[in-house]
Design a protein around this ligand. Structure first.
Ligand code: AMP
Ligand code: GLY
Length: 409
């Protein structure tokens, strides 16, 4: 079997690692891939926005199944192009990917189908946004409609910050969503979906802010862990019944059935679970810890879901903790091209997020460089092992958060 993975971060490395572990005979291509993936996949330096080149590659290499890591190719219709050329890709069409690419689309769909989420209004003019903001209590959340690579969400703690956010986001986007600030415990639930066939994975929690204690700007994610002891089985079942199943039905009813991995970011609030966001793909870095625990064969699961067969996922009882090592300065300016040592870890794996292999040496090529995932009987032990490993390779050019999976137990 030949699998093509589109992307080159920690998530794509984890997907390739899982496929390789499940069956080392599977031939894996990655576009563009990264330094760490080269040991298990053929990495091909094509531009992921050049969809014709991706299509040409998949046809020329007889690819059986394509998995798309990031949102950009999905929102630009890569899966539509592959499907119209008779190629199998596990991901949503451009229309279904709006669940992520348009906050307005996602919020309006949730309102229409009674799916619990923060109350909100949509604005395309500054004056009316401002008038609305002034009537709301603080903090208030302002979100750009459209993909913004994590930079489109502002949690304003005073009115001048809220006004500035409305102005900035409206200058670069057609409209903004202004929504109620939710308090509670966040968790992420991903599921393999084909229309109304839906197979959930284990839940995880990620750490979006750059600094300890949730301080500083948002990032692509500084770490994650799974399972999440503060979220009960009942809460997960409720999330399936009140959100995941209804949203797949909603997308079918709206004429854009979802195929691929559907991700929901939840807040467990005092008044029940509420959706913070949907993503149309595997989450990063949640995937790195969730796949580390997944015992079922990944490609078999996807093929069964594509055939609408009923299947459930078996997960290890072990806990997985992933800690990210990032370039100093990230998520703002940082240097690339630093030599990176790869840590050793027993009962775990180091996924590359932004490295290149140059003359048998790994050099950094991105803001997030590595994620070390430790898998042990308890979260506490996994956390200790992940940090021992991270500390062994951190240096003056690289940093990490100290509080990943630091739970009050
Ligand atoms: P999003 O891109 O919508 O996931 O937002 C990024 C992060 O901002 C989320 O993971 C939350 O931590 C936070 N956030 C977004 N919306 C809200 C909200 N309504 N209430 C509280 N926090 C939020
Ligand atoms: N971890 C959140 C995301 O993948 O967008």
């Amino acid at each position: 079997m030949k699998i093509l993975i589109i992307g080159g971060g920690g998530r794509e490395h984890a997907i390739a690692w899982k496929i390789h572990n499940d069956d080392p005979k599977t031939q894996i291509f990655a576009i563009p891939g990264n330094g760490g993936m080269e040991a298990i996949a053929s990495c091909v330096p094509l531009n992921i926005n050049d969809h014709q080149a991706l299509l040409g590659f998949a046809i020329a290499h007889d690819v059986d199944l394509t998995l798309v890591g990031g949102e950009e190719p999905l929102s630009k219709g890569l899966v539509d192009l592959f499907a119209s050329n008779g190629l199998k890709a596990f991901g949503p069409t451009k229309k279904a990917a709006q669940i992520e690419s348009s906050k307005r689309f996602a919020k309006d769909l949730m309102r229409k189908y009674g799916i619990p989420t923060a109350s909100y209004e949509v604005f395309s003019e500054y004056a009316s946004a401002l008038a609305y903001v002034r009537k709301q209590s603080l903090p208030i959340v302002i979100k750009a409609d459209g993909l913004a690579a994590g930079k489109g969400v502002v949690i304003a703690t005073d009115y001048s910050m809220a006004e500035a956010a409305c102005k900035t986001l409206l200058a670069s986007h057609l409209c903004i969503v202004i929504e109620e600030y939710l308090r509670g415990i966040e968790f992420s639930l991903m599921a393999f979906v084909n229309g109304t066939t839906i197979v959930p994975m284990a839940i995880a929690q990620d750490y979006k802010r750059v600094g300890n204690g949730g301080k500083g700007p948002n990032t692509g994610g500084m770490g994650a862990y799974s399972p999440v002891p503060s979220i009960s089985r009942t809460t997960v079942s409720l999330s399936m019944e009140k959100v995941m199943k209804p949203i797949t039905i909603a997308l079918v009813n709206e004429g854009c059935p979802f195929v691929g991995v559907l991700y929901a970011g939840f807040m467990k609030t005092a008044t029940g679970i509420k959706v913070i966001e949907f993503n149309a793909r595997f989450g990063d870095p949640e995937t790195e810890v969730v796949l580390a625990r997944m015992k079922s064969n990944l490609i078999d699961t996807i093929l069964k879901v594509l055939n609408h067969e009923s299947v459930s996922i078996r997960n290890s009882h072990d806990a997985a903790v992933g800690v990210v090592l990032a370039s100093k300065g990230y998520p703002y300016e940082y240097k690339k091209g630093m030599i990176v040592s790869i840590p050793k870890i027993t009962n775990g794996v180091c996924f590359h997020m932004g490295t290149k292999l140059a003359d048998e040496t790994y050099i950094s090529s991105g803001g997030r460089v590595l994620i070390v995932v430790a898998k042990e009987a308890t979260l506490k032990l996994a956390r200790r092992k992940a940090y021992e490993s991270i500390i062994s390779v951190a240096n003056e050019h690289l940093f990490y958060r100290d509080d990943i999976a630091l739970l009050n137990d």
